[in-house]
Design a protein. Structure first.
Length: 470
């Protein structure tokens, strides 16, 4: 984990939040490569779950919502974690984490049971001090809207994106007229005042979720639920995750969120243990019914075919962006030996690597090589976007640098390229006329994982890379 964190900082993926002021626990800033990786994951998700489907509608709801949303949803009353305080230092800890570290299986444990167990075992805080009683700690960040800080102006930074979709259910029905089954999808920030943020970007106070609320007739929930689990597995494959690191975990009734009557988590083998990656919940009609009750707005659906009116039930596949990214980084992080030298690099899938191709002239002081490389670079950049021009250092160093950030393909223009054809010579007219590749001109393409190189005609290069993305 330390090596991954160091690589992420060194190469501009992830920095500690507010670092020059000593940081802010549970927050992280994403550098140029981190934001590129995040955006690629989000784009892949959006394509699979929204644009490739006919039954999905995108939403981008406000982060700040009327406080009644959170009263209705049950988050004001129940979105909490078990907190225990060190009696001497007043430091706060998650009671379930302290128990787990002491070897206790906390699955299904109530607050009182945790309290009793801590006392029975005589557990102390990590500093060795006595612990107070276990109590609930609400994890929503509270704020006030406008200049007056009273009860009426209370608002919360949303702890899940889901509610933005439930409160817009009627707006989408009225504007888009979808037929059930259909889903709403959203990618956005969520905030949780975690008692103990930890494990790099695994448990954050500011996070990003990719969520779907999929509305069905109550009789059809099971098939849709199972279908979404398969879709989650497909998405894990898209990310390039190793299937043997992924585990399906049925969540027992006593451990489910208050809105769920069936939950399946997808867990991943992180270096710090097997932990949650994605979630899948059958939220029934819990949320829509609660919003009907609290807002007094009719959120039912009329089925034109059967001439029946009902409140739809909801299946919720949810994906944490940071956890997806962390799983990707953990599985991609590789140390091996190439050409007799140790190499540390990221085996990222070409679907999401921040840089897909790096284009280089073999030597940067040969204008004819640079001119051709610039043309190849410009063409690939136009087609794929995620393309870098790299002429720093010698070619071996460039390969290592690109390997380290996970670039799957390096393209090099060398003297053999120049031997290509007469068109080459004609193309480089010395008057800025540039270079038009001849049909027989070739470059080398080098594959990150094997280090193998092959010659490819420039005219076939982009199509070849497209195929390699898969
Ligand atoms: N709308 C349902 C919901 O929010 P959740 O299991 O509490 O369910 C959904 O969160 C996903 O968000 C999780 O599967 C996880 O990937 C991610 N997540 C939750 N809390 C997180 C945190 N503190 N830091 C990073 N990701 C988190």
């Amino acid at each position: 984990m330390e090596n991954i964190i160091a690589l992420c900082k060194r190469k501009g993926f992830i920095f500690p939040g507010s670092e020059i002021y000593g940081g802010l626990s549970g927050t992280w800033d994403y550098g140029p490569l981190g934001v590129a990786l995040k955006n690629n994951i989000k784009a892949l998700w959006w394509k699979r779950f929204v644009t490739d489907r006919e039954d999905m509608f995108g939403i981008d709801a406000a982060i700040l919502m009327n406080q009644n949303v959170w009263k209705a949803s049950g988050h004001v009353a129940g979105f909490s974690d078990p907190l225990v305080v060190d009696a001497k230092t007043q430091k706060r800890y998650r009671a379930d984490h302290l128990l787990e570290e002491a070897g206790v299986d906390v699955k299904g444990m109530t607050l009182d049971a945790m309290d009793a167990k801590i006392k029975e075992l005589g557990l102390k805080s990590p500093e060795g001090n006595a612990l107070g009683d276990v109590r609930q700690f609400n994890m929503m960040f509270k704020t006030h809207i406008g200049p007056v800080a009273d009860d009426d102006s209370i608002s919360y930074l949303r702890p899940e994106t889901a509610q933005g979709m439930f409160v817009n259910f009627k707006n989408v029905l009225d504007s888009m007229h979808p037929k059930i089954p259909f889903g709403l999808a959203q990618i956005g920030k969520a905030f949780r005042n975690e008692i103990a943020p930890r494990d790099f970007i695994f448990r954050d106070r500011e996070l990003e979720q990719m969520e779907i609320e999929y509305f069905v007739h109550p009789d059809n929930w099971r098939a849709v639920f199972d279908g979404f689990f398969e879709e989650q597995m497909e998405f894990a494959k898209d990310l390039g995750l190793n299937p043997s690191h992924i585990h399906k975990v049925d969540i027992a009734a006593e451990d489910r969120a208050h809105y769920s009557s069936c939950s399946v988590d997808t867990e991943f083998d992180y270096p710090f243990g097997q932990k949650e990656l994605f979630g899948l919940a059958y939220r029934t009609d819990y949320d829509l019914q609660k919003h009907i009750e609290h807002s007094k707005v009719d959120l039912s659906y009329f089925d034109e075919e059967t001439k029946t009116r009902y409140v739809p039930h909801c299946i919720e596949p949810t994906f944490g962006l940071e956890r997806s990214m962390l799983a990707v980084l953990c599985d991609a992080y590789t140390v091996d030996e190439l050409g007799g030298e140790k190499r540390e690099y990221l085996k990222l899938s070409p679907k999401i690597a921040p840089v897909l191709v790096a284009v280089s002239p073999l030597l940067k002081n040969k204008p004819e090589l640079v001119a051709v490389a610039r043309t190849v670079y410009a063409d690939l950049k136009k087609r794929f976007g995620r393309v870098a021009f790299d002429d720093n250092g010698n070619i071996g160093k460039r390969y290592r640098r690109q390997d380290e950030i996970g670039t799957p393909f390096c393209v090099v223009v060398d003297f053999e390229t120049l031997e290509g054809t007469k068109e080459m010579a004609n193309g480089l007219d010395g008057n800025g006329g540039g270079y038009a590749p001849g049909t027989t001109d070739t470059v080398t393409i080098r594959y990150r994982d094997s280090g193998v190189q092959e010659r490819v005609a420039i005219s076939e290069l982009a199509d070849k890379i497209e195929k390699l993305i898969g």
